[in-house]
Design a protein around this ligand. Sequence first.
Ligand SMILES: *Cc1c(COP(=O)(O)O)cnc(C)c1O
Length: 427
Amino acid sequence: MNKKTTPLIREAEKYIPGGVNSPVRAFGAVGADPVFISRASGSKVYDTDGGEYIDYVGSWGPMILGHAHPEIVRAITDAAGRGTSYGMPTDMEIQMARLLVEAFPSMDMVRMVNSGTEATMSAIRLARAHTKKNKIIKFDGCYHGHADSLLVKAGSGVATLGIPGSPGVPAALAELTITVPFNSIDGVKAAVDAHGGDIACVIIEPVPGNMGLVLPRPGFLEKLRNITREKEILLIFDEVISGFRLTYGGYQAVAGIEPDLTCLGKIIGGGLPVGAFGGKRHIMEKLAPLGPVYQAGTLSGNPLAMAAGIVTLTILKQNGDYKKLDDETAYLSREMGKILAGKGIAHTINRIGSMFTVFFTSGEVTDFDSAKRSNTGAFADFFRNMLSRGILLPPSQFETSFLSFAHTGDDLDATLNACREAARQMT
Ligand SMILES: *Cc1c(COP(=O)(O)O)cnc(C)c1O
């Protein structure tokens, strides 16, 4: 593909396991070497050879305003000039908390952390403490970060690499995590019946983006809410991807459902490391220092991350034309579908708002099992063809592509031209 990038990965591999600091950045599943990025701007990323790509990874979700947005860059540099970390509270943390609780009616209070992983891990601890129960239910193919309890039948890189459950997670802990197929309310009922009174919480990506994009069937989330409420099980919505991605606020507003706890990350940090979890006051007050549930962080509420996040949310609140983003993504995915169909390439495209996945299977994709029926070889072929034409897709069938507000009509047309040539090469 390009010359200088290859030696970089070989060099990185000497010091970093697999040469990457997060397994999803490896291109093994698509039979290529990772692209090393030197800079990014708007809808584009540039590799170390100066190669230009239209970016549909968006740092795996955060970059909804595009890369190096001038107002965000200014906010970060201004904040850095005032010091990068104090280990003491700031006014910016109040502003951020206020923006989040205003956007999420289900949250009275919120605690900032440094990653989505920390948010889900802490929310589960809180749910267990609040309910005085031990077990949790998660869905096959949903990814909630890499905390021990959540690495059972997980999506994202775990799915890409085909790791069923990670070694290093004690069996005694993994046994407390019960997994159910996504969209299966019967599966939820069976799990609840079998494990009776010991289920603390159900954690779910309301719109899973980590087995590729899968949509909840009409009524599924409502039924899940009813069962959990009836059985005094906390419902945790992991909106680390979907928060501020589909509307200003969460998918919970779109679905009209109030979870007990919500986890956030990605977009709310504007590209800096961030996470958050929140819920009703009587639950959140169980956290230290008010309550006994311990959770802490040296860099939590970091001033740079707060600055980037506050500006991002403010821009989205004032100018976030989610309808336009939805229309553009609908256009792109529809036209891609036509091109693939025209060449007789079996595919199914799932899309909502600015998220989409092209699955290389003709069957419906409604859960992890159906996602796994995709022809990952065809995906790899498509991915490499697109990459060589300057289009950067997530390097796995089991991930979601993202559009940003920075993507232009020209970007979409260039992407469709690349898709046309890729489809021709593939047949
Ligand atoms: C990315 C992601 C996480 C983990 O967030 P990190 O910041 O990578 O730790 C958790 N849940 C979902 C749904 C995610 O997509």
